[in-house]
Design a protein around this ligand. Sequence first.
Ligand code: CU1
Ligand code: ZN
Length: 167
Amino acid sequence: MINNTLSGWMLIVIMMSISGCGESPSDLQLAQHAMAIEKNDECHICGMIIKGFPGPKGQLYKRGNESSLKFCSTRDMFSYLLDPEHQHAIQTVYVHDMAASLWDTPDDAFFIDARTAWYVAGHIRKGAMGPTLASFLDKNVATSFIEQYGGELYRFEDINQAVLLQD
Ligand code: CU1
Ligand code: ZN
């Protein structure tokens, strides 16, 4: 009985420190985790239902936000992200690691940090909106993707409108 009460209190104390009681929201380390793409989620750019289309998806959090914007394709995500109006407000960005996924059914357990991912543009595989960026955690996997499907290798910061528009 005493033990139960004690551990109950400890749990409350732990939970208070996790949720950061008393801090202002701007001080909080926001929980901007990669979320699963749900059945009815629509692409923030084109409005398509995201699920059921091939190719890697993206999602991002704007600074200070706790819900992510989701995109049907890495291409639509980058066109949002490269817009000068949004660019500086973006905090966290995720894309699928296609090494761990089938192209037609990307697995939401394998979202990775988009800023450190490797990208292939100009390959022959199609995403939800046609040509798209294939995204990978591992450079070697990206390179073998190129051997099979063509295209060129890019880092996050090298991607611009011209890269997005190539097919
Ligand atoms: Cu679309
Ligand atoms: Zn879209």
